[in-house]
Design a protein around this ligand. Sequence first.
Ligand code: NIG
Ligand code: ZN
Length: 411
Amino acid sequence: MSLLIINIKELVQVRDTNVTIVKGEDMKWLPTIKNAYLFIDHDTIVEYGKMEDLAGLEADETIDAYGKTVLPTWCDSHTHIVYAGDRTQEFVDRINGLSYEDIANRGGGILNSAENLQNASEDELYNQAVKRLTEVIKLGTGAIEIKSGYGLTVAAELKMLRVIKRLKKDFPIKVKPTLLAAHAIPKEFKNNKSGFIDLVVNELIPAVAKEHLADYIDVFCEKGYFDLDDTQRVLEAGTKHGLIPKIHVNQFNAFGGVGLGVKHNALSVDHLEELHPEDIDVLKQSQTIPVALPGCSYFLSIPYTPARQLIDAGLPLALATDYNPGSTPSGNMNFVVSAACVKMKMTPEEAINAATINGAYAMNVSNMYGSICRGKKANIIITKAIPSYHYLAYAFGDNHIDTVIINGQKY
Ligand SMILES: N=CN[C@@H](CCC(=O)O)C(=O)O
Ligand SMILES: [Zn+2]
């Protein structure tokens, strides 16, 4: 089965060589071809170019994309889409004056989601996650990372990760599973945090590794959750079992978690709403990519990750949704791109690079996803007729997507 897309107004994020990350100044450059075609064979991008150079290429199906923009699907490197129920009551409580911290301190927040998840069957969880995943693919996401972390017991964490495994098998997009082993201190361990870390290190991580249920190990490194010593213990145990660190850090407080992540060769450090100059220095010496989650800043009314400081220091930056029931009940990468431009002063070029190729890097899949490149997976967004790719970020809140193609097939 082959597919030819013709008369594309602008083909965006075209890379002749297989670039796997873009950093600093280079993020300002988004390569495009105007009046272009794209040729896909089965699930692979085979050829592209200017319409005037389209000669002798025939396909089983042709799409006329006159007036439309074509770009690679979004790569969402940070989500928690497997969860039970919602937390709308806490949302209303926050409007009425409680903080995220107040809610957590009275046993709500992550512990609330953990209770819901522990009481849900694997099938219930799967069915809820199927709806969310289907929706985000229709919004243009073509590769996604999904975390556990609402289990807080060995059995419930395994249940979550088995749901992620089923999603990975049943959906055509790339799914990368993460064991978020230490997300909150369970009630039973309220006065015995080190006992919980013992459980994570001695039982949870080995059980997950034995079933090959995760690629990455994550910790919520934050005041009131897990400190540097706890984080270090979890990352060491995860690494010993072949899991690569990707951590939640500097969401509310910056106290050295970024340096610790870098020391453990973290693939990414995520959140960074709070940032110290030394965090930037340490990131400059590393292969670790910072990940910003503007949907979380929007929803919790907390600072936005200082993208300008990171990019102007020559660093790469990825954008992701953080889709979860507590801090970001949205998996819409289009909103994330727009919010990054409006609130973080990223240019549309930087935001699109951050949401495609750099998002793919933050999942270690940028050799096959995140750009229009010969040999890469044919995961493509065809927009409605829009004036330019800038419009995606500018006209926020509307759905500009006409068609999503995953592995060469219309989704
Ligand atoms: N901060 C930690 N974890 C999630 C929120 C979890 C929740 O509130 O349920 C996040 O990334 O924002
Ligand atoms: Zn998160």
